[in-house]
Design a binder for this molecule. Structure first.
Ligand SMILES: Nc1ncnc2c1ncn2[C@@H]1O[C@H](COP(=O)(O)OP(=O)(O)O)[C@@H](O)[C@H]1O
Ligand SMILES: [Mg+2]
Length: 156
């Protein structure tokens, strides 16, 4: 069940299904040119959450898996592309340009796991979502980077 603790941007989920549903809910607030950082350790639920977003925007028939080996998967939403990146294996931040990710920041919705690998290539305006283990479940904390994001996530 969706629980809202002291901080309104702080949620806990007992199952992967609930987390995916929260991703679907957030998806309705997202659009082209948005950058969402998915931050957290291995197994903390980043891909599960991305799956909820991608299923909502690009169709639930899509089998969303972690783009660990090719770094980026590009999905088609109705009006824009959704770029799902896992930068765990990024060799150096400049590679972000070669991947086309820097351009995608402007025209696509970008969901990025292991964004710390980008270093200074990281855009300033973005939504950070932090994942951590919480008993058998997971905790999710939303952190708006920039005023505009603050207002947009207010409705959650
Ligand atoms: N809220 C949750 N509660 C329990 N298990 C979860 C939750 N979210 C995800 N999981 C499970 O945790 C495992 C790792 O999730 P995944 O999304 O691949 O993590 P990450 O991408 O951060 O490495 C998966 O087996 C997934 O089903
Ligand atoms: Mg992952």
């Amino acid at each position: 069940m969706l629980q809202q603790s002291k901080n309104s941007d702080d949620f806990t989920f007992d199952t992967a299904e609930e987390m995916q549903q929260f991703g679907s809910k957030l998806a309705k607030l997202l659009s082209a040119g948005d950058v969402v950082f998915l931050i957290g350790d291995l197994g903390s639920g980043k891909t599960t959450f991305a799956k909820g977003i991608i299923s909502e925007l690009c169709g639930s028939e899509n089998q969303v898996t972690s783009p660990t080996f090719n770094l980026v998967h590009v999905w088609d939403a109705e009006k824009f592309e959704v770029w799902h990146a896992d930068l765990y294996r990024l060799d150096n931040p400049a590679q972000v340009i070669g991947l086309g990710l820097e351009d995608a920041f402007d025209h696509a919705l970008c969901l990025i796991e292991w964004p710390d690998r980008m270093g200074e290539m990281a855009p300033d305006l973005r939504l950070d979502i932090c994942f951590s283990h919480h008993g058998q479940g997971r905790k999710v904390v939303l952190r708006a980077m920039g005023k505009e994001w603050e207002q947009r996530i207010n409705v959650l």
